[in-house]
Design a protein around this ligand. Structure first.
Ligand code: ACM
Length: 761
C-alpha cells in the first residue's frame, strides 16, 4: 500500500544538484540520495558551546525555511537518519572538513568546530535553494545527493569590507551582510567605521564623536564628477552603540567570522576633528563632510591627539576580540602638516626628513601602543611610504606593488587591489547600469584574479595571507544597492579566496552560479544578473560590420532581431559572426533552458558613408579607453551619453587626434560631424578645433572645412562642418584642449579628449 507520506511531493527545486560555490578541493558525486526530513537527528561530538553553534546554525536554517527543527544529541548511536558531526584529527587544517553522504547518514568531519561549520555551509548548498528562505513553508523532505567531499581553503584570510560611513547600514543590514559572507566561506569582516563623512562607533569617553561626528548636514546628489555639485539638503547619519557593536561581533563569531574594525588615522578624520577641533592642525571650525573625496583636515600629531586616539582605541579593543585593528593610513594629504609650525618642529626634533616619515612616526606610535595591548595593526599600503612599522600587516589596494614590497620585507599582506577587488566599480557597461564610482570590474575579471604576484620571492609567498573585496559606499545608499554591487561578484572572489588554483574554471563557475543564484534569490538578495548579459563586437570590414555576439554561458541560446523588436526564442538564432550592411536596430537576448537570463544587447546602427570603411590614427588612444578598437569611431554606433568607458569611446591623453579614413573610392562628402564627451570633473575637455581635409591620392590633402564652434552645456558635443567636396581619403584633425587651468580638478595636467564617432554624410 502506498501511504500518503510516500506520495507527498518532494520539494522540487535543485533536488540532487551539487553546484557548490566556492568549489571544494576534492569532490565526487555518487548515485542516490539521503532523505532529510524531520526524523533525522544531529549528533555532536561533545557539549562544547562552539560545536553547539554548528548544530544550532543548521537547525536555524531548517527552522527558518520549514518551521521544523531537528533533535540534537551528544550521545547515542543511531545507525541511520543521522547528521553525524565528528571531531577528528584526520582533518589537519583548522578550516578543513570532510563531508560524506550515503543513504543512511550525513557525516561532517572536522578538526575544529570552525571546520565543521564550513562543512555545514557546503551541506546547505546540497539542499533545495529554499533552505535559504525564511518563509517557513518549505516542505521538509529533501533529497540530498550522495557526495564525498574533502575540502580546505587556499587562503587563511578571506575578507569582505564594508564602508558604513559614506552611507550608514543598520545592524540588521550588517548582520545580513555577515550571514551571506558565511554562506560563501569568508572569514573576516572589515568594518570601516570612521571617515571624513561620518563617525559611526560610540566612544563613551568622547560622546561628541557620534553626537556631532555621526551626522552630516546634507549629502552630495549624483556623481562627484558632475559639477557644479548639488546637495539634497537633508541631515544624514547614524552610529552603532557599543551594545550594538557587541551584538554584531557576537553574531559574526557565531559564524566563525572575525570582525576587524577600522579606525582611520591620520587622514579621513574630518568627522572626528569636527567634533573635537583641537585634534586638527588648524583653527578652522569644520563640518562633517557632505561630499565625497579626501579631506585635507587630518589629525595633528600632538600629544593631545595621541592621548585621544589611545583612549578611543582602548574602548575599541574592549569591543573587538580580533587580533588585528585596522588603522587606515590611506590618503592622508600632507598640506596641513607642511603648513604647521608644530609639525615642522616635531619633524626636526625627531629627525624626520619629510611628511612621509612623519606619517610613519604617527603610525609607529599607534602600533607601539596597540602592540602593548596585545594587538597587531593592519593598514592600507600608504603605510609603507615613510617606512613600515615593525609588525604591521599591509592591505594592498592601489595596485599590487604595496603587497609585493611588504611581503618582500617580511610583512603579512592582504591583497585588495582596485583592479580586481573594488566592488564599488561598475560591473557592466550596459546602458541601464546604476550609478557607480567609476572604473569597470566585470565578474570574469574578479574571477581571474591571481592574488600571489609573480614578483614575490618564493620564500615570502606565505606572507600573502589572502584577499578582500572592498565595498565603498559613496554611491551605495541602500542595502538593496549594496546587494547589487556585492553579488555575484563576491561569489567569484570567494572562489579566488577559497578554491585551489587548479580547480578554478570560469565557464564551470558560471554553470554553478546559475544554480547558486536560486539560493541568493531564496535569501532575498538583489543580485546583479549581468553575468548572463549578451555582449557583442561590431567591427568594420569591407564596408560592412562583422557582428559577433557572446555569452558567458556555454549552453545558452542567443537570438537576435535587426528591427528593434524584442527577440524571442523564435527569432533568428545566432550561430556565427554575421554581417550588417544597412542601418539596423540590433537586439540580442540569451536563453538558458528556454528562459531568458540577463539583459539584452542593444545597438542602434546608423550607417553613414564611413561605416565599415578603414580608419588609421596617427597617435593611438590609451589602451584602457579603446577596447572597441579604433574602428569604433566610424561604426555608426553611438557610445553612452552618460559615460565614456564603453567600447565605443576612444580616449586620448594629452594628444591631438589625427585620423585618415580610406573611403575606397572617390566619394561625395557633404558634411562631417563628431561626437565628443565633456566631463571636466574627470579631466575630459572638448577640443579647441576640428578640421577636415580631403585627398584623392592619400598624400596631398586640401583643407575642406574647420570649426571652433564646439562648446556645449551637456555631456556630449556634436559639432558638424560643411565639406561639400569629393575625395577618396578624409583626414580629420582634432586639436586637444591642452593643460587644465590651475584651481580646477586636474589643474596643471593635460586634458583628456574622448571621441566616439566621426559621421560622414
Ligand atoms: C582606499 O580605497 N582609499 C583604501
Amino acid at each position: 500500500m502506498i501511504t500518503s507520506c510516500e506520495t507527498e511531493p518532494v520539494t522540487p527545486a535543485l533536488q540532487g544538484v551539487a553546484d557548490i560555490i566556492p568549489a571544494p578541493l576534492k569532490f565526487s558525486k555518487k548515485e542516490g540520495n539521503f532523505l532529510l526530513d524531520e526524523n533525522v537527528q544531529i549528533s555532536l561530538p561533545n557539549e562544547n558551546a562552539e560545536w553547539q553553534l554548528v548544530a544550532n546554525y543548521l537547525n536555524d536554517k531548517i527552522f527558518d525555511s520549514t518551521s521544523k527543527r531537528l533533535k540534537i544529541i551528544t550521545s547515542g548511536n543511531l545507525e541511520k537518519d543521522i547528521i553525524r558531526i565528528i571531531q577528528s584529527d584526520d582533518v589537519t587544517q583548522k578550516e578543513g572538513y570532510q563531508l560524506n553522504i550515503n543513504a543512511y547518514e550525513i557525516v561532517v568531519k572536522a578538526k575544529t568546530a570552525n571546520g565543521a561549520f564550513l562543512g555545514v555551509q557546503t551541506l546547505l548548498q546540497l539542499m533545495p535553494s529554499e533552505i535559504y528562505s525564511k518563509n517557513k513553508t518549505t516542505n521538509f523532505r529533501f533529497n540530498i545527493p550522495q557526495v564525498e567531499i574533502n575540502d580546505a581553503p587556499r587562503f587563511s584570510y578571506r575578507g569582505m569590507h564594508l564602508d558604513v560611513a559614506r552611507h550608514f547600514f543598520s545592524v540588521d543590514d550588517v548582520k545580513r551582510y555577515i550571514d551571506l559572507m558565511a554562506m560563501h566561506k569568508y572569514n573576516t569582516f572589515h568594518w570601516h567605521l570612521t571617515e571624513d563623512q561620518g563617525w559611526r562607533i560610540e566612544i563613551k569617553k568622547y560622546p561628541k564623536l557620534t553626537e556631532i561626528g555621526g551626522f552630516r548636514n546634507e549629502t552630495l546628489v549624483g556623481h562627484y564628477n558632475d559639477q557644479p555639485h548639488q546637495f539634497d539638503g537633508k541631515r544624514y547619519g547614524g552610529f552603532y552603540t557599543q551594545e550594538q557593536i557587541k551584538e554584531v561581533v557576537k553574531y559574526a563569531s557565531e559564524r566563525f567570522i572575525t570582525v576587524i574594525p577600522e579606525i582611520e588615522l591620520p587622514g579621513h578624520a574630518q568627522a572626528a576633528i569636527t567634533a573635537y577641533p583641537e585634534l586638527g592642525c588648524t583653527d578652522n571650525q569644520l563640518e562633517v563632510m557632505t561630499k565625497w573625496g579626501v579631506s585635507n583636515n587630518v589629525f595633528c600629531p600632538t600629544e593631545e591627539t595621541f592621548t585621544f586616539l589611545e583612549n578611543v582605541l582602548l574602548e575599541v579593543i574592549e569591543l573587538f576580540p580580533s587580533e588585528y585593528i585596522h588603522i587606515g593610513g590611506d590618503e592622508c594629504p600632507k598640506t596641513h602638516w607642511k603648513e604647521s609650525a608644530f609639525c615642522q618642529k616635531l619633524m626636526k626634533e625627531n629627525g624626520l626628513k619629510d611628511e612621509m616619515e612623519l606619517q610613519s612616526y604617527f603610525i609607529g606610535r599607534i602600533e607601539k601602543f596597540l602592540n602593548s595591548k596585545g594587538k597587531q595593526i593592519i593598514g592600507w599600503d600608504e603605510i609603507l611610504e615613510g617606512g613600515l612599522a615593525p609588525n604591521a600587516s599591509v592591505m594592498s589596494w592601489r595596485g599590487v606593488q604595496g603587497g609585493i614590497d611588504a611581503a618582500t620585507q617580511g610583512h603579512d599582506v592582504i591583497m585588495s587591489p582596485t583592479s580586481h577587488c573594488y566592488f564599488d566599480y561598475y560591473q557592466s557597461q550596459h546602458k541601464d547600469e546604476p550609478l557607480a564610482i567609476g572604473g569597470y570590474l566585470p565578474i570574469e575579471k574578479v574571477y581571474s584574479y591571481q592574488p600571489i604576484p609573480d614578483e614575490v620571492p618564493a620564500d615570502k609567498v606565505h606572507h600573502i595571507k589572502g584577499v578582500q573585496c572592498n565595498l565603498w559606499t559613496e554611491y551605495i545608499p541602500t542595502a538593496r544597492k549594496l546587494d547589487y554591487m556585492t553579488y555575484p561578484r563576491a561569489c567569484a572572489l570567494a572562489e579566488v579566496a577559497w578554491t585551489a588554483k587548479s580547480n578554478r574554471d570560469f565557464p564551470d563557475f558560471v554553470k554553478r552560479l546559475n544554480t547558486h543564484l536560486l539560493r541568493l534569490e531564496a535569501y532575498g538578495v538583489n543580485t546583479a544578473m549581468n553575468v548572463f548579459d549578451i555582449d557583442g563586437d561590431l567591427t568594420s570590414q569591407d564596408g560592412q560590420l562583422m557582428t559577433t555576439l557572446k555569452s558567458n554561458v556555454a549552453n545558452s541560446t542567443i537570438t537576435y532581431t535587426l528591427d528593434g523588436s524584442t527577440p524571442t526564442l523564435q527569432s533568428n538564432i545566432y550561430n556565427n559572426t554575421f554581417t550588417i550592411n544597412a542601418s539596423s536596430q540590433l537586439r540580442a537576448v540569451g536563453f538558458i533552458n528556454d528562459k531568458q537570463r540577463g539583459r539584452s544587447f542593444e545597438k542602434d546602427i546608423n550607417f553613414h558613408k564611413a561605416t565599415g570603411k578603414t580608419i588609421s590614427i596617427k597617435e593611438q588612444p590609451e589602451p584602457r579607453y579603446s577596447a572597441g578598437g579604433i574602428g569604433a569611431i566610424i561604426n555608426g554606433i553611438n557610445g553612452s551619453d552618460e559615460r565614456y568607458g564603453d567600447k565605443e569611446w576612444l580616449g586620448f591623453e594629452g594628444k591631438n587626434m589625427e585620423a585618415v579614413i580610406d573611403m575606397k573610392e572617390e566619394t561625395e562628402i557633404r558634411k562631417v560631424s563628431f561626437r565628443f564627451f565633456k566631463g571636466e570633473g574627470q579631466w575630459i575637455y572638448l577640443p579647441k578645433k576640428v578640421s577636415v581635409f580631403v585627398s584623392n591620392d592619400g598624400e596631398k590633402y586640401t583643407l575642406a572645412a574647420e570649426s571652433t564652434d564646439i562648446a556645449t552645456e551637456s555631456k556630449i558635443a556634436n559639432p558638424t562642418v560643411e565639406v561639400n567636396s569629393k575625395g577618396k581619403y578624409i583626414k580629420v584633425l582634432v586639436e586637444r584642449f591642452g593643460k587644465i587651468p590651475d584651481g580646477l580638478q586636474g589643474g596643471g595636467h593635460e586634458a583628456w579628449l574622448f571621441v566616439d564617432e566621426i559621421i560622414v554624410e
